[in-house]
Design a protein around this ligand. Sequence first.
Ligand SMILES: [Fe+2]
Ligand SMILES: [Fe+2]
Length: 474
Amino acid sequence: MELKRRNFLAAGAAIAASVPFADALAAGADGHLPSEQWQTAWMDGTPFEKSTLSAGAPVLQAPGDTTMGITWEIRPDADGTPQTVIAAVEYATRMDFSDAKTVTMSRDGKRLVTSSSRYRARVCMVRLTGLEANTAYYYRTITQAVDGDSAVGAPEKSPVYRFTTFGPRPAPGSDVSFAVVNDPHAHFDTWKRIVPKIAELKPSVVIYNGDLSSWTSSADQMVRDIFAPIRNGEGASIPIMYSPGNHDSRGGWSRNRHQVLMPRSGAERGTRFEALLHNYAVRLGDLAMIGLDTGEDKADYIWGGESDFDGQNRLQTEWLKEVLERPDIKSAKQIVIFTHIPLWAPGSDDVQPGMEPHYYTYCQFLCKRYWEPLLNKANVRLVVSAHTHYREHGAKYLAQGARTWHQLIGGGPCIGGSEDATVIYGKMQPDGRLKVEVYSIGQRKNVDGGYAYDSRSGETVAFDYEPRPASVRT
Ligand SMILES: [Fe+2]
Ligand SMILES: [Fe+2]
């Protein structure tokens, strides 16, 4: 009974995390649904703590106007072998599921979705499509064990969670916000400070801005690095968008990361850009968010001939040209770009004569050459980056290149010094400004900072800096 009570409370947190969504049936002013309405739905499900199949709550990935990715991790069996299951998601606009639809996970007509191979990630992935924009949906996962070719036991339904699709017209009064996590490198002590901050901020979306891992050798390792920190319910109502980091491409199993980090839908990528699995360009209220993959930080030839990040950068350049002309992106009051590697570095604005291609930011210059003119033309105000593990606001570079945009770099776990981890939180204002706060959650005695960026229609990129005591110290 105690376990049920705890999960009941966790459900409240999950629903509350999606509070800005003001469709909210008879939601109260604070967004909490009347408990008698959602308690039954929640209590009907099997919480993952009691499940023999699900290792955690679902994690939403790669959201869009009319689509949502839903992923969840399957427990290995007693001897560590991945279990084989069939999987589906049931979703509805009504909390009582009276208008529910079900999407099964299948491929080539087969519904067996995880295999007993230790080399395959035990993650179920279901993509919902054909959804209405700016609309709240309730959902639960359905998982059933398979023995040989036959399903066994009863299908297991998860508790009910809720998400809201993206789109330009969220319900009046809804928050439009993002929180950025960068460079955790599987430092779980850092994650322990990141996750409560996200739960406190309740952003509309969490940006994983790269270097989730350091070197990936196995399916289990990547599942642990991606799912373990957020599988207790935080990711069930707040979706993740992912911009790859250079370290995410390292290690033999990293090529399979799409088995854990859900790619964008094929329809969103289109045939021309099919290879760009994780690039995103989405609109939420007045805000457009674009994710680019800066790839490796060193020149391609250094990786023994197996890398073609320059080819990917050129393809992304064509993609970026197109999405910046898309009506929903072009009409946004703000466009924020997310890249793991910063597009320029302190003290250097381009490849210098004799610069060593092993230099840790060599490749940023190539990305900058391709993308900077496009970002200037689109009057982009802000690029949010990572990679250096030291927080920095690059306003001083604005004058050097006549750029329209600032660069804000989030800090990360220590690399030879004290930890400087941050959570960057951006929130759209009614006047089209974007306010950004940088929360210091590391061990370094840094201060939090606040910035505000004018709407793209303004003539300047005016910003304020408001240092204040760090909000979280450990
Ligand atoms: Fe890193
Ligand atoms: Fe990095």
